[in-house]
Write a protein that binds this ligand. Structure first.
Ligand SMILES: Nc1ncnc2c1ncn2[C@@H]1O[C@H](COP(=O)(O)OP(=O)(O)OP(=O)(O)O)[C@@H](O)[C@H]1O
Length: 226
């Protein structure tokens, strides 16, 4: 899915969360949306998902406003506090009825791959709950995956499993945008890194461009955001 944000601004009261942000992402690939706390990553993802409206500027997905292509977007919110009552069967029922593109087989595979015990969410740890909801999100077959901090608050071993699950899921016709401040750990999976600071894009570089600059994502992150 071709993603375009044109001079997008979003405020919350006196706070400018996203400040005249312009960004164009062609179809396909894995995009890291990187920035420190409060940089505006979550707000940007919600604007892309059509869950928030901009105060100014425009968001277009394949030329249309997000609300018109909502069915082609899977969004993983930052904190997995929703659906407390869900268990695996409930999730298959709920996601299956909400989303015609939900693939139960893929969900079971991902649960195994992410080593999530098949229990209700109330009986899972925070990290397991986050992986449960990540599995449910990735089990949808859509053209745009927006994942807010899928690596947040998990241990290193779990992080590797999540990255493996993500990598096993990549499809060429789909775009994956994931926000993180765990830059070093996510190194190597991004085709493109978009660095945000104070609601703006301060650097948008492909992995190749970073290599040509002789920089790792982590080095570029430190340089740009310092
Ligand atoms: N619903 C809201 N009401 C008020 N202020 C908000 C709201 N959502 C975000 N903000 C503010 O907007 C700014 C950007 O927040 P955002 O959550 O987009 O940043 P972030 O880069 O995702 O941060 P983090 O890495 O901490 O999740 C912050 O100053 C935040 O306090």
């Amino acid at each position: 899915m071709h993603l375009e944000l044109e001079r997008v601004t979003r405020r919350f009261g006196g706070t400018v969360a996203v400040d005249g942000l312009s960004l164009e992402l062609p179809t396909g690939g894995v995009v890291g949306l990187l920035g420190t706390n409060g940089a505006g990553k979550s707000t940007t993802l919600k604007l892309m998902a059509g869950l928030l409206y901009p105060d100014a500027g425009e968001v277009r997905l394949d030329g249309a406003p997000p609300r018109r292509v909502r069915g082609a977007i899977a969004f993983l919110p930052e904190r997995g506090q929703m659906y407390e009552w869900l268990d695996v069967r409930g999730a298959v029922g709920l996601f299956g009825s909400l989303y015609p593109d939900f693939r139960p087989e893929r969900f079971y595979e991902l649960l195994d791959q992410l080593e999530v015990p098949r229990r209700s969410l109330t009986r899972l740890s925070k990290g397991q709950r986050a992986r449960f909801l990540l599995a449910a999100t990735l089990a949808r077959k859509v053209r745009l995956y927006l994942l807010d901090e899928p690596l947040g608050g998990v241990d290193l071993i779990t992080r590797d499993r999540i990255l493996a699950a993500l990598v096993s899921e990549w499809r060429e016709d789909a775009t994956y945008v994931l926000s993180t401040h765990e830059v070093a750990e996510a190194e190597g999976i991004f085709d493109r890194a978009v660095f945000m600071k104070e609601g703006r894009v301060v650097l948008n570089a492909s992995a190749e461009e970073l290599r040509e600059r002789g920089q790792s994502v982590a080095q570029a992150f430190r340089e740009v955001l310092a």
